[in-house]
Ligand binder design. Structure first.
Ligand code: NDP
Length: 546
């Protein structure tokens, strides 16, 4: 079987993925620091103010010069999207499917160049970077496939039992209008591309605003759409601060729907701000997580060790799905803790473009400082560092934002950091007397995104029945709580982790970008007959007169 790159298969990739990636990094490094515009109405647009996009690997590296867009650019982009909507929404859905597939194919074609840029800008290791790009293509393909499998969501309903009339009822899903997508820094490609792809294939026009830390890689995504040949204004890309440009987009009454992926606090504020209009508009929120991994006394500890370490520290713990809490039954606690320590100590921290590296830097100075502050707070709160607890220093580490992969033990369950999403390579491990206690603690947070379990199959069934989370895994070495893939593990959260209740990359996602219209048509047959009869009578009269 041909190799298929996913987050679950990326640990042992064929050699050509490495050689392709190495070549792309070398080429890209010779061409850093170019200026990139926003894309509005099919044209590059430049703002008066710019910002330097620097790498968290080495802050001396200026990757790109990006535009600091403002409220006037928000308005310009929304107006362009509004103008393009009538024609795009009436474009036959099969044509839209064709075009988004073309964009996906371009993304796949450019995977190495895009993966290299991602590693430099986000600090993701090479396979995680390539995975983010491939996932984007697959998310878009999936939405296209859903349109096809559902015949463009034009579906006949039951016939009315109206005696004497021939009536048909048809359910049609139609696009809303101008759709805003605001994406986070950690999966800048997939969490821009997945929502944008779904919105476009459904017939909406789009304005996309990426996180400021990852404006460059999302511009490269925007170029894939531009090069696929979407008509001007159908897809618009703006860059600039969330607090000004982003807020202006959210405050616009001309936006018909939003997909926001990011932190709980920003998402909740957006939800409230977006509610200020004369009617309710759809808002899809994908927010934070505080994901538990539960280990039973019957667990396969080899699988649990590898799955937990990968999920705790992949992308330096900056995944919404990261395993940030580990709850272990007391009879296997000591053994589990010693294995986790041993495995975490083997993780290689360094330049994420290097083959051997598992962990790169965290995204920016603010996250780096948060790491130091949380470690201090853990210290004060009675927690002990099983491994890690410090930032890295010396040599290349002094140029970027490198933090040690950190497991914490003995932190009392009452401590606030058992519930707060730190979004860093810090995971707390706790001892529980039994699985009931583990479940109670697991569900005691505001979030409900992903969760993992290691134990017997019977216990796993109990876990699925009781855990409050949108993505759940049992006995998975590829990742305790991470590694979802479109078409396999649709991704979305419950409670404070997500608002729509439907997961991206699943059967019910693209429908979120459309509203339903029921079309009831009573066939005009009886009227036609009546007209014919009138005509016949008229004809007869004329003939008679003759
Ligand atoms: P933030 O909430 O800080 O930012 C997300 C986006 O919102 C950025 O583009 C940001 O722009 C923008 N933004 C900020 N303020 C506003 C505003 N007032 N109006 C409009 N837009 C605004 O999240 P991060 O980028 O730090 O991402 C990490 C968070 O995302 C974590 O909490 C993580 O759990 C969550 N996440 C959730 C996922 C899920 O599927 N549930 C998946 C991935 C991440 P700017 O960068 O310019 O400030």
């Amino acid at each position: 079987m041909a190799f298929k790159l996913t987050y679950a298969t990326m640990f042992n990739p064929p050699e050509e993925l490495h050689t392709g990636f190495d070549k792309a990094v070398a080429k890209l490094k010779q061409n850093l620091g170019k200026e990139y515009g926003m894309i509005i109405d099919g044209r590059d647009v430049f703002a008066d103010e710019k910002f330097e996009d620097r790498s968290p690997v080495n802050t001396d590296w200026v990757l790109a010069i990006m535009q600091k867009g403002n409220a006037s650019h928000a308005k310009m982009a929304i107006e362009a999207a509004r103008r393009a909507f009538p024609a795009w929404s009436r474009t036959p859905w099969k044509k839209r499917v064709q075009l988004v597939r073309k964009a996906s194919a371009l993304i796949e074609k450019r995977i190495f160049e895009l993966g290299a840029a991602m590693a430099l800008e986000v600090g993701k290791n090479r396979m995680e970077s390539l995975g983010d790009v491939q996932e984007t293509a697959d998310l878009i393909y999936w939405s296209a496939q859903m349109m096809e499998e559902n015949d463009g969501f034009v579906k006949p309903m039951g016939k009315d039992p109206l005696v004497g009339y021939d009536a048909t009822n048809t359910s049609v899903l139609k696009p809303y209008g101008v759709w805003l997508v605001v994406s986070p820094f950690n999966f800048p490609f997939a969490l821009s591309g997945g929502p944008v792809g779904a919105a476009l294939v459904a017939g909406n026009t789009v304005v996309l605003k990426p996180a400021t830390d990852t404006a460059w890689i999302v511009r490269l995504y925007a170029e894939c759409l531009r090069d696929a040949g979407f008509p001007p204004g159908v897809f618009n890309f703006v860059t600039g601060p969330g607090s000004t440009l982003g807020q202006a987009l959210v405050d616009s009454p001309e936006v018909d729907g939003v997909t926001f992926t990011g932190s709980f606090d920003v998402g909740m504020k957006m939800f409230q701000d977006f509610g200020k209009r004369n009617y309710v508009r759809p808002i899809i929120l994908e927010l934070g997580g505080k994901n538990p991994a539960i280990v039973s006394k019957n667990a396969d500890l080899d699988r649990a060790t590898i799955g937990i370490v990968r999920s705790a520290f992949g992308l330096q713990g900056q995944k919404c799905s990261a395993a940030s809490r580990v709850l272990v039954e007391e009879s296997v606690y000591d053994e589990m803790v010693s294995r986790l320590k041993e495995a975490a100590e083997k993780l290689v921290i360094g330049d994420p473009t290097e083959k051997a590296t598992y962990n790169g830097p965290v995204i920016n100075k603010s996250s780096y400082n948060d790491f130091k502050n949380f470690c201090e707070e853990i210290n004060q709160g009675g927690g002990k560092f099983l491994v890690g607890g410090n930032v890295k220093s010396g040599g290349m580490f002094d140029k970027g934002y490198f933090c040690e992969s950190t497991f914490v033990i003995d932190l009392p369950f009452s401590h606030r950091l058992w519930k707060h999403e730190m979004f860093l390579p810090i995971t707390t491990i706790g001892k529980v007397k039994d699985l009931d206690e583990a479940m109670k603690i697991a569900n005691s947070v505001n979030y409900g995104l992903t969760a993992g379990f290691y134990g017997s199959s019977k216990e796993a069934k109990w876990f699925f029945d009781n855990i409050e989370a949108g993505v759940t895994y049992a006995n998975r070495p590829q990742g305790a709580t991470t590694g979802a893939w479109p078409g396999f593990q649709p991704f979305g959260g419950w409670k404070g982790s997500g608002a729509s209740g439907k997961n991206g990359g699943g059967y019910y996602y693209v429908q979120l970008y459309m509203h339903e219209q029921i079309q009831t048509l009573i066939k005009p047959a009886p009227v036609k007959k009546a007209k014919k009869a009138v005509k016949k009578v008229a004809k007869k009269k004329v003939t008679k007169r003759k």
